[in-house]
Design a protein around this ligand. Structure first.
Ligand SMILES: C[S@@+](CC[C@H](N)C(=O)[O-])C[C@H]1O[C@@H](n2cnc3c(N)ncnc32)[C@H](O)[C@@H]1O
Length: 209
C-alpha cells in the first residue's frame, strides 16, 4: 500500500508524462551530466542507473558514450515517453528498486531526492547504492535552499509535491554518510531562495574505505 504523499507525487508525474511537459536539462545541469558521463567513460564504466529518471532526461550524455543506460521512475508514463525516445525507464520506487546487487557500474539521480524528507534519505541512499558495484561513482543533484519543507500548489488534477528544501550543508552531510564527496557545487536558481546542489559521491571500495 502506497502512502498518500507518494500517491499524490506519482499522480503529479503521471500527469506531467502524459502532457510531455518536462523540458530538457539546461544550464549547469547540462555541464553536470556531461562531466559525469566523461568521468564514467574515463573509468571504463559500462552502465549507469538513473533513479527518478523522468522521461530519460539525461540519457543521451551516457548513451552517446556507449554507456548502457537504465532509468527507474515512479511514474509509469515516463517509461512510455522514454521508449519513444529510444531509452529504457522501468517503473519502480527508489524505496524498493527492482535490481540485484552489482547490476550497475555507476548511479545518477537528478532533482528527485528533495521529494524525500530528511528522515528518509538514509533509507533511500542505502537502496540506491545496493544495485551498484563497490567503488561506484554516483552523481546526485537536488533542489535545496532555506532549510524548510514546502508543498507545491496543486496541479490540474489536485496533486501536490513535497519539496524538502534542505540547506547545502545539510544535504552535504546527509550524502557524506554514504561515501566520500569527490565534487560539490551549489548555485542559486529557480524561485527566490532556492538553490541547486550537485555532488559526485564515491561509494566505499572493497576495503570499506
Ligand atoms: C523533478 S523530476 C526529475 C526527472 C529527471 N531526473 C530530470 O532531472 O529531469 C523527479 C522525478 O522523480 C520521480 N520520483 C519521485 N519519487 C520517486 C520514487 N520514490 N521513486 C522513483 N522515482 C521517483 C518522479 O516520478 C519524477 O519523474
Amino acid at each position: 500500500m502506497t502512502d498518500p504523499a507518494t500517491r499524490e507525487l506519482r499522480a503529479y508525474y503521471e500527469h506531467e508524462a502524459v502532457a510531455r511537459s518536462r523540458g530538457a536539462a539546461a544550464g549547469r545541469r547540462i555541464d553536470a551530466v556531461e562531466a559525469f558521463a566523461v568521468l564514467l567513460a574515463a573509468e571504463g564504466r559500462g552502465s549507469v542507473l538513473d533513479v527518478g529518471a523522468g522521461p530519460a532526461t539525461d540519457a543521451g550524455a551516457f548513451t552517446d558514450r556507449s554507456i548502457r543506460y537504465i532509468g527507474v521512475d515512479l511514474a509509469v508514463g515516463n517509461g512510455i515517453v522514454a521508449r519513444e525516445r529510444g531509452h529504457d525507464v522501468v517503473a519502480g520506487s527508489m524505496f524498493d528498486l527492482p535490481f540485484r546487487p552489482d547490476s550497475f557500474d555507476a548511479g545518477w539521480s537528478m532533482s528527485t531526492l528533495m521529494h524525500v524528507p530528511a528522515s528518509d534519505v538514509g533509507r533511500v541512499m542505502r537502496e540506491i547504492l545496493r544495485p551498484l558495484v563497490v567503488g561506484a561513482p554516483i552523481g546526485i543533484g537536488v533542489w535545496g535552499g532555506p532549510g524548510r519543507d514546502l508543498w507545491s500548489e496543486p496541479d490540474d488534477s489536485g496533486a501536490r509535491r513535497l519539496f524538502s528544501l534542505r540547506t547545502a550543508s545539510r544535504n552535504r552531510a546527509l550524502l557524506e554518510e554514504y561515501g566520500s564527496i569527490e565534487h560539490w557545487e551549489a548555485w542559486d536558481t529557480g524561485p527566490d531562495g532556492w538553490e541547486y546542489h550537485f555532488a559526485i559521491l564515491r561509494t566505499p571500495g572493497p576495503s570499506g574505505v
